[in-house]
Structures are given as C-alpha cells and as structure tokens.
Design a protein around this ligand. Structure first.
Ligand code: DAH
Length: 422
C-alpha cells in the first residue's frame, strides 16, 4: 500500500508565486492570503477607485512615463540597499516584510524601482504598484496597499537647469491664481541639508521645482476634483522629514474636512541612488504617495478592506475616471423570497406593489424585482412574480424573520390590491 509521490507535485520546500516556483528557506513568511493578492492589480482594474485615482494623477503629469505593471517580487537589494537603507533597518526584518526567501521579497514601497527605472533611461516617470507590509489590523491598515512613485531628473548643465526654472515659473503662475495657502519650510536647513556633491544653487532649484509640482498636484486633487474649497482656500503644509534615500526630505500634509492629513513623502534623490542607476551626471527629485489614503478621503470610503471587496455593489457604483461619494451598503446576507399572483380585474401598477412592500417591511426590503410576467393563453389573466431581497443594514435576518415579513406582504397584497396568489 505504498503511495507513489507524483514527480509533478512541488516539494514542500518550493512555493509557487505568480506562476513560478521558488525555493523556501528560513526567511520564507509569505502566506496564502498574501499570495492571493499578488494577481489582483486593483490599480489597473477599470473603474476601481485606486485605478481612477492613478489615472487622475497621471493626467496631471502628461509628459511623464506612466508605469503600472512591474512585478511585486524584488530583491532586498532593490528594496533597501539600492536606496542606502542601513544594514540594521527594521524594515528588513521578517517581522515587518514578506519574504519568498532570503533573496526575494515583496516590495514594501515603490521606491524599490527607482534605480531600475532611472537605469532604464526614464527621466520623468510615475510608477504605480501594490506594496506589502506586515502590519496591525484596523480600518486604515491592510497588508497590501498601493503607492505611486514619481520622479524627475535632469542634467546639471545650464540649459537643463534653465528648463527646470522655466517649469517652476509656469507652476508659480498657475498657483498664484489658485485658491491655495501653503505653509512652507526653507528648502534647505542644517537639519535638512543639501548633499555635499550638489551645487547648493542646484539643490535649491530642485527642491523648489519639487514643491511646486506637488503643490499643483494637491490643488488638482483636493480643490479641483474633490471640490474642497469653494470659499475656503486649500491648505497645504510642508514639513521637514528624513528618508534614507533623499536629502533634503519633506512630508506634505493637506487640511481637508477639518483634519491635517499626511499625504506623501518626497525629497531630492540621493546621488548614490543615481550613481547606481548609472545616471551620475543628473540630479532630481522623487515622491511616494499612498493611493488608498487619498482614495478613502476623496471617495469617502470608510474602511480599507472595501477596496478588496468582490461584492458587485462596490465596483458597480463607480464610473471610470470619475470621483464620486461612496454609498455604503449592508454587509449582512441577502434573503430572497418570490411571490406570484394573478392581477385583479382592471390590472395593477408595479408601483402599487412597491409602495405596499415599503409600507409593510420598511427598509428591510433592499430591492424588489419583477422576475416573471405572462398572460394565461386561455383565461387571459395576467400573472406577475416579484422577488423581494430582504436585508437589514444592521443585523443578519434569520429565516423565521424573513418568512414572517413575506407572509405579511402576501396578506396585504390580497387584502389591499385584491390579487390572487398562485
Ligand atoms: N518610499 C517612502 C515610503 O514608502 C515614501 C517616499 C519618501 C518616496 C520619499 C520617495 C521619497 O520617493 O523621495 O514611505
């Protein structure tokens, strides 16, 4: 009774990820739940809020390369070392990041693609992708979320620098006629210094172009699109920050619906990153923003898990390319009941039935559909079948509840409308 092991079965020490098999080791901590997210690509799903937001930001940077199909599997070198993260950075640990094995991990941020994208010859680009972090569980944290990385690099020759200054002038004029108030910090301070290898004047020009580019984006998203500010100006606040791969570095916050919201991190790209990408003669800026946070605000989506919902009531309420207000729906199960009857003499309007059902069961009827209509060939009597979906907004209805509701509907149909139940 010996069982023969099929040679096609992967050994327990191999793990399939995105259609390929990888050896596991003591670093392996990727779970089936996480593996199931890898192929979802919400940022490319037509009409999904994450995808619409991506498109919106892309349209604000029309002459940038728009990248959105880069594999989530990266090396720890790409995710950390290429960005000058120290060897003992906590993000590297198995408790914070997902590893396929010690040499391959799920990117924890889109910055993991900076060196590769610069090396590939792109000098102005946006890259959108799913990123993975082991984290706590609550309404605003999820182990998978989406980031957009944006970057612009340019030569340090006079002509190139002049072009950046001209772009800044254009943005300054645009912002001067916008209803925006910006709380700024100096481009460069002792605590947030320019890099030693940079001409301080170039560092100033780069930081200024970064700030103007992002102020303009914030205005587009929160004032133009979300219509936040009819009379009130949009308030944007710049804060000195620290990232291992930028200097100077900043964070941007936006005042929206009564709260300061942290929107993104950014800075002047560390020259060592550009050296690794073999574009040592250039300099520039980069930013990284979290799309869920912004989408939750713009769409009024209350819980990050909703982005992953397979319920058609989620995706179907959005129009591709348009920001709209999320309408919540019940998270409790649906219960369907049909009622078929012969219409009374003189007929009956559908709306009479709808109103009767509303009267009897109130909001417990989530929707009512006519699923059948026919005329008896001999008697010429008209028959209709209504299907009622009973669902509460705040509890699970048990069968007895639903039967009771349906019986009340049927009694009233007979009494009030004079139908004959079939
Ligand atoms: N990668 C950072 C994060 O995930 C965000 C970030 C900060 C991106 C600064 C950048 C940057 O490009 O320059 O928190």
């Amino acid at each position: 009774f010996r069982r023969h092991q099929s040679t096609a079965t992967p050994t327990p020490s191999d793990i399939p990820v995105l259609g390929k098999s990888y050896p596991t080791d003591s670093h392996t901590n990727i779970t089936p739940t996480i593996i199931s997210k890898l192929s979802q690509r919400l940022h490319a799903k037509e009409g999904h809020p994450i995808s619409t937001l991506r498109g919106l930001i892309e349209s604000h940077f029309p002459d940038y390369a728009h990248l959105s199909s880069v594999s989530p599997l990266v090396t720890p070198y790409e995710n950390f070392d290429s960005l000058s993260f120290p060897a003992d950075h906590p993000g590297r640990s198995k408790t914070d990041s997902y590893y396929v094995n010690k040499d391959l991990m799920l990117r924890t941020h889109t910055s993991a693609h900076e060196v590769g994208t610069f090396r590939g010859g792109k000098s102005r680009w946006l890259l959108t992708a799913d990123v993975y972090r082991r984290d706590e569980i609550d309404a605003s944290h999820y182990p998978v979320f989406h980031q957009m990385e944006g970057a612009k690099i340019f030569g340090t020759d006079d002509a190139s620098v002049k072009e950046v200054e001209a772009d800044s002038k254009r943005l300054e004029h645009e912002l001067a006629i916008s209803n925006i108030v910006i709380e700024d910090v100096p481009h460069i301070t002792q605590a947030n210094p320019a890099q030693a290898s940079h001409d301080p004047r170039h560092a100033e020009i780069t930081a200024k172009n970064l700030k103007l580019s992002l102020n303009s984006l914030m205005y587009r998203l929160f004032a133009d699109v979300a219509g936040a500010t009819k009379e009130e100006p949009l308030q944007v606040r710049w804060i000195e920050a620290y990232f291992p791969f930028t200097s100077p570095s900043y964070e941007v916050e936006v005042f929206f619906r009564g709260k300061w919201l942290e929107i993104l991190g950014c800075g002047v790209v560390l020259q060592s990153t550009l050296d690794r990408a073999e574009v040592a003669d250039k300099m520039g800026w980069a930013f990284g923003l979290g799309l869920e946070r912004i989408a939750m605000i713009l769409y009024s989506i209350p819980d990050i898990r909703l982005f992953w919902s397979q319920d058609p009531r989620f995706l179907s309420q959005f129009t591709p390319g348009k920001i709209s207000t999320f309408k919540s729906y019940s998270k409790y199960p649906a219960s369907y009941r049909d009622v078929s009857f012969w219409q009374p003499d003189g007929g009956l309007h559908d709306n009479d039935v709808y109103d009767l059902i509303r009267d009897v069961v109130g909001d417990l009827a989530e929707d009512v559909a006519i699923v059948d209509k026919f005329t008896h060939p001999k008697t010429k009597r008209d028959s209709m079948t209504f299907r009622v979906n009973y669902r509460s907004m705040d509890k699970s209805l048990v069968n007895e509840d639903v039967n009771e509701l349906q019986n009340r509907v049927i009694s009233r149909l007979k009494e009030q409308l004079g139908v004959e139940i079939r």
